[in-house]
Design a protein around this ligand. Structure first.
Ligand SMILES: [Zn+2]
Length: 340
């Protein structure tokens, strides 16, 4: 079978590997159909000195597939079912796992496609408890965006920031995969959305997606405009993932008691904080990484109801690296999907 492996920093090889053995007890074998790209793939591809992992590594962190074989005792699923997979091997038994807070598992053995082998291969075996059925009628390219893009946004906006109808949210990098999902999800509950984009060509696209106000952060100071748009009150929620370039400006955009939720630092990981501002303004800053299996089910339900991800481009497995370069360049509007 084919497996796309990272053999050195910025060096991928499409290798032929033996197919996995038949699935063990409680496992299923999945034939991968599509992979969606995320910034974690770019970090992994560039190389991260502090990440504990061994090369070669099969890449691919977010995917959908079809059940090819069912192991003993793996119930509730049959050959041919379309599924998405949870992208980390959790233990399933610790307190966090038992309470459905899968992304806080105390014994997680790593993020697939980053720390341990991922989904960019024709076949793999997974525990059935980490496999989520896809409702009928959802195309593979859309379902592939459920486990990370949609579920991360679902977790950030609703579990963590507790965004409510009628509130105002600032969504950074509205053209990114999670930015487009955040605009769509926030609008769907009746929030007002202000978003930032890096070039004017994305402005119209963000408006077409439902954004009420779009700011080009390269030509305008977004902090000032957000205060103007909100009549100096500030926004209720900031959806952060840009990091160093925007973080302090984001805090200035918050109303007193506002919530900032962040899941990324694409422009750099370090910043300084004014602690007086933090406590006097009673900000809540919430770190968010990944999502729960429940969030993936919620995301698939949204897709089944017609809320689809924005797809920037579809590329073949052999063009995975071209997809990563496009993502790294930030010249995207929506998700890049790799089809098998
Ligand atoms: Zn656990």
């Amino acid at each position: 079978m084919r497996a796309l492996t990272l053999v050195a920093d910025r060096k991928l090889e499409l290798r032929e590997l033996p197919a996995p053995p038949p699935p063990g007890a409680g496992e299923v074998q999945i034939r991968v159909k599509a992979i969606a790209l995320n910034h974690i793939d770019v970090w992994g591809w560039r190389g991260m000195a502090f990440a504990k992992r061994k090369l070669p590594l099969v890449v691919g962190a977010e995917a959908t597939g079809e059940i090819a074989m069912v192991g003993a005792g793996a119930t509730g699923i049959k050959i041919g079912d379309q599924v998405v997979m949870y992208g980390a091997i959790t233990c399933g038994t610790c307190k966090a796992c038992r309470e459905g807070r899968d992304n806080l598992c105390e014994n997680v053995s790593g993020v697939m496609g980053f720390h341990i082998d991922g989904f960019a291969r024709d076949l793999l075996n997974m525990p059935v408890r980490l496999v989520i059925p896809v409702p009928t009628g959802i195309r593979a390219r859309d379902a592939a965006c459920a486990p990370i893009a949609f579920a991360t946004v679902q977790h950030m906006l609703f579990d963590n920031a507790k965004l409510e109808p009628g509130e105002t949210v600032l969504v950074h990098a509205g053209g990114s995969g999670i930015g487009t999902a955040a605009i769509t999800m926030a609008k769907s509950i009746g929030a007002t959305v202000i978003t930032t984009v890096g070039d004017d060509a994305k402005t119209e696209k963000a408006k077409a997606l439902g954004a009420d106000h779009v700011i080009n952060y390269r030509t305008e100071r977004f902090e000032g405009l957000v205060r103007k748009i909100t009549a100096r009150k500030g926004v209720d929620v900031v959806f952060e993932h840009v990091g160093a370039e925007t973080f302090n400006g984001s805090l200035l955009c918050l109303r007193r008691g506002g919530r900032l939720v962040t899941c990324g630092a694409t422009s750099g990981p370090s910043t300084s904080l004014n602690l007086m501002q933090l406590f006097q303004q009673q900000y809540r800053i919430i770190g968010s990484f990944g999502a729960s299996i429940r969030n993936i089910r919620e995301s698939l339900a949204k897709m089944a109801a017609g809320m689809l991800p924005v797809i920037d481009t579809e590329v073949a497995l052999a063009d995975f690296e071209r997809g990563l370069a496009r993502l790294e360049s930030r010249q995207v509007f929506g998700k890049i999907v790799v089809t098998f």
